[in-house]
Design a binder for this molecule. Structure first.
Ligand code: ADP
Length: 260
C-alpha cells in the first residue's frame, strides 16, 4: 500500500542526511584528525561548497579553537540548535560549545550519542556537506554515529607510523562493517623539513599509510607534511587551508580528491 506521511518524511530525512555527511576518523588520538577536519571544511568552502562541521570528539573537542568559535553558545529555537558561524564562511557545532569552559566531559555512551545526534540534526539550512570530526578509535559514539547518521563515506587519517596504522586499519574495518565506504586515507605528519637547514627527515617514517591503503584496496588521498606552521596556525585559529602556503595547497588538493 501507500506509505504513510510519517514514513515518507523519515525516508526523505534519511536521504538528505545520507547525501551530506563525511566522517573523518582515526584509530588513534593525536594524529591530526581534527586538524584535517577543520582544513577540509575550510578548503571545501573555498572551493565553493556549502559545508558545515560537527565536532563529535567529545573527549577532546578542539574545533572551537581551530575555527575561532571558542566560548560561543549556539542559538536554539524550538529545541533545534543553530550552527555557530566561523570566520571562514561556514557553521560549526562542537561539544566544546555546549559545555562550560574547560570542564572535563565524562558522559556515558548513550548521553554522548544523544548529544552528538543533536549537533548533527541541528538546523544546517542549505548545507550540502557536513564534515564530522569523530572521536578517535572504535567505541560507542563512533558506532552510533555510523549506524544512525549514515555518512556517505569516511576519510581516515593516520601517521606513517606502524602503531597508528594498525589502529587506522581497525577503524577502517569498523566503517566497512557498518556499510560506510572509505573515501580514502590521508597520511599526516609525513616528512619534516628543518626550517634551518632545509633537510627533510621522517620522524614517524614515510609512505606507510599509502602502502597500507594499497594493501587494503582503498584510495590514498595524499600526504600532509609535519611543519611548525601547521601547529602554530592551528593554535592561532588560522587553518592553513585558508591561505596559499604549501601546507594550505596540500589540504586543498586533498579536499578536491574527497569531492571527486
Ligand atoms: P587528533 O584530532 O587526531 O587528536 P589534532 O588534529 O588535534 O589530532 O593534532 C594533534 C596536534 O598535532 C595538534 O597540536 C596539531 O596542531 C598538531 N598537528 C597535526 N597535524 C600536524 C602537522 N601536519 N604538522 C604539525 N603539527 C600538526
Amino acid at each position: 500500500g501507500q506509505p504513510g506521511v510519517s514514513e515518507v518524511r523519515v525516508a526523505m530525512t534519511a536521504d538528505k542526511v545520507q547525501r551530506r555527511i563525511i566522517a573523518v576518523g582515526s584509530g588513534k588520538g593525536g594524529v591530526g584528525k581534527s586538524t584535517l577536519s577543520a582544513n577540509l571544511a575550510v578548503a571545501m568552502s573555498r572551493l565553493g561548497r556549502k559545508v558545515g562541521l560537527v565536532d563529535a570528539d567529545i573527549y577532546g573537542p578542539s574545533q572551537p579553537r581551530l575555527l575561532q568559535t571558542e566560548g560561543i553558545k549556539p542559538r536554539a529555537k524550538d529545541s533545534k540548535m543553530f550552527p555557530v558561524p566561523s570566520p571562514f564562511g561556514f557553521g560549526v557545532l562542537s561539544m566544546g560549545n555546549l559545555i562550560e569552559g574547560d570542564k572535563a566531559i565524562a558522559w556515558r555512551g548513550p548521553m554522548a550519542s544523544g548529544a552528538l545526534g543533536q549537533l548533527i540534526d541541528a538546523d544546517w539550512g542549505d548545507t550540502e556537506i557536513l564534515i564530522v570530526d569523530l572521536p578517535p578509535g572504535t567505541g560507542d559514539v563512533q558506532l552510533t554515529m555510523l549506524q544512525r547518521h549514515k555518512p556517505v563515506g569516511a576519510v581516515i587519517v593516520s601517521t606513517p607510523q606502524d602503531l597508528a596504522l594498525i589502529d587506522a586499519t581497525r577503524a577502517m574495518q569498523l566503517f566497512n562493517q557498518a556499510g560506510v565506504p572509505i573515501i580514502g586515507v590521508v597520511e599526516n605528519m609525513a616528512g619534516y623539513m628543518c626550517p634551518h637547514c632545509g633537510e627533510v627527515s621522517d620522524p614517524f617514517g614515510s609512505g606507510g599509510a599509502e602502502a597500507e591503503a594499497a594493501r587494503l584496496g582503498e584510495a590514498f588521498l595524499g600526504r600532509i607534511p609535519l611543519t611548525i606552521k601547521i601547529r602554530q596556525d592551528s593554535d592561532a585559529g588560522q587553518p592553513p587551508a585558508a591561505g596559499d602556503s604549501p601546507e594550505g595547497q596540500a589540504f586543498l588538493a586533498i579536499a578536491r580528491r574527497v569531492l571527486t
